[in-house]
Write a protein that binds this ligand. Sequence first.
Ligand SMILES: [Fe+2]
Ligand SMILES: [Fe+2]
Length: 151
Amino acid sequence: MKKRKNEDDNFEKLIYKIAKNEHSLKMKNCIQHGTTTTYSHSLNVAKTSYEINRKLHIGCDEKTLVTSAFLHDFFLYDWHNAEECPKKHGFVHPKIASDNAKKYFDINDKEQKIIESHMWPLTFRTPPSSREALVLCFVDKYCAVKEFFQQ
Ligand SMILES: [Fe+2]
Ligand SMILES: [Fe+2]
């Protein structure tokens, strides 16, 4: 029970600043799957990645993992809205998200790369190249399916 509380507190510390940022909060206005906003989806992916890394002792750097996971869909438009959604959203949004993350949070090169590879194998030219990227790639798909069936 105490261990769980410590884990939750540590996760809060890692995510607090970026999750409360005014630009991150814009993700609350965008729908990701069904009734799940992009903000909730990003939070789910960050928390699940953090937990899986701890449970399976994968050895990811927690700050890198949580930051990249929370910002992986930081593209800042509603992809259901034809007027604002770019063509081939599925292919281009990882790069848009990583550019926005660099712009607003000054993330490092490794974090940018992790965000850019999260849609692999759809974006087959950008395979995951770190353990953090592999965890995100898997957890994003797992959370998307879970959120889809929770509607
Ligand atoms: Fe995505
Ligand atoms: Fe996602």
